[in-house]
Design a protein around this ligand. Structure first.
Ligand code: PEP
Ligand code: MN
Length: 359
């Protein structure tokens, strides 16, 4: 059960609700957004008296709550994720990211257009980043990706340039007017990464790092939450719930493939996750066919499949010379490949009544 308070409700009315819950053997978890406070009700609220945190129904309690001052509505949510659920928020969430190269200055992720995000897996040098940024911008990408803090499966792999990489990303943003998305790996780095990034990325290996989720939930930057490589959709939406519960409403889910028995691809792209997540949740979902396949010759087909399935954006690795990339070269598109992909993405988007806004 969720208690949604009226916009700008005061501390006294919130306290009143909490006291009411306590009096019924329940407790409330506060999530304070910019406008509105939402209280998740925890405890035994089911008619049978069984312990239930998933939103069981006790009409007398929910009706009484609805009558309390400052309460806008009481929602019975059948899923374990509440704030992330469509039941809680029936309309699509649109995450707005300021992007100076766009004519109206903002990319709306989850809106009518498919948003293109592209760039190298990893920031390697100023020349590599600037060359890639200039090229992907020219072809219509509006958000530049690039890892400065890289999770590496092997401790001997390249782990990124750290803050120097973030500085280069900021330089590319100034030069080409794109917004920057980059990964943050630890709670202690969140403030520093926020100084440079427009969108924070939580990687697949950290989807269940709950301290990191709490921390990115407390900042005012949008967060792309990659699906854990072995995570079910429910676990993924519960991870999103952590961020939402801390008061950050700007969560973008990212399907990046899951581990299966198949070895010919790096991961198995779960295209069905895209329409399923849209049914279960109001949050936008984007697609990363680079990590999703591991092979550059499969990236275009999976990009188009994702758009056809309803993705709100594509996150694509592009490198000026993938054979020399320090990371993920095999799955990085060349610049000419990215150039040929763009009109195809546009055509599929148009076929399903969407478009791709490139400036
Ligand atoms: C990446 O985007 O380069 C990356 C490491 O992603 P993931 O966390 O999905 O593997
Ligand atoms: Mn990568």
């Amino acid at each position: 059960m969720i208690v949604v308070m009226q916009a700008h409700s005061n501390d006294e009315t919130i306290e009143h609700v909490l006291t009411f819950l306590k009096g019924h053997g329940l407790s409330g978890h506060l999530s304070q957004g910019v406008e509105r406070t939402v209280i998740g009700v925890l405890g035994a609220v089911g008619p049978s008296g069984t312990h239930s945190t998933a939103g069981g129904l006790n009409p007398s309690i929910s009706e009484a709550l609805e009558g309390l001052p400052g309460v806008e509505q009481v929602l019975i949510v059948s899923k374990p994720f509440k704030l992330a659920s469509r039941e809680f928020h029936p309309t699509n969430t649109i995450v707005e990211v300021p992007v100076s190269c766009m004519s109206d200055g903002v990319a709306r992720i989850g809106g009518s257009a498919v948003i293109m995000m592209a760039g190298p897996c990893t920031v390697e040098s100023e020349k590599q980043l600037m060359t890639t940024a200039e090229a992907v911008r020219k072809e219509g990408a509006v958000i530049l990706r690039g890892g400065a803090f890289k999770p590496s499966t092997s401790p001997y792999g390249f782990r990124g340039m750290g803050e120097d990489g973030l500085k280069l990303l900021a330089k590319a943003r100034d030069a080409f007017g794109m917004a920057i998305i980059t990964e943050v790996m630890t709670p202690t780095d969140v403030d520093m990464v926020c100084e440079y990034a427009d969108i924070l990325q939580v990687g697949t290996r950290n989807m269940q790092n709950y301290f990191l989720l709490d921390e990115v939930g407390r900042v005012d930057k949008p967060v792309v939450l990659k699906r854990g490589m072995s995570a079910t959709i429910e676990e993924w939406l519960l991870a999103a719930e952590y961020i939402l519960a801390q008061g950050n409403p700007n969560v973008i889910l990212c399907e990046r493939g899951i581990r299966t028995f198949e070895k010919m691809t790096r991961n198995t792209m779960d295209i069905s996750a895209i329409p399923l997540v849209k049914k279960l949740s109001h949050l936008p979902i984007i697609s990363d066919p680079s990590q999703g396949t591991g092979h550059r010759d499969l990236v275009s087909a999976m990009s188009l499949a994702s758009v056809a399935a309803g993705t709100d954006g594509l996150l694509i690795e592009v490198h000026p010379n993938p054979d020399e990339a320090l990371k993920d070269g095999a799955q990085s598109l060349t610049i000419p490949q990215f150039r040929s992909l763009m009109p195809q993405v546009n055509a599929v988007a148009r076929a399903i009544g969407r478009d791709v806004i490139t400036d």
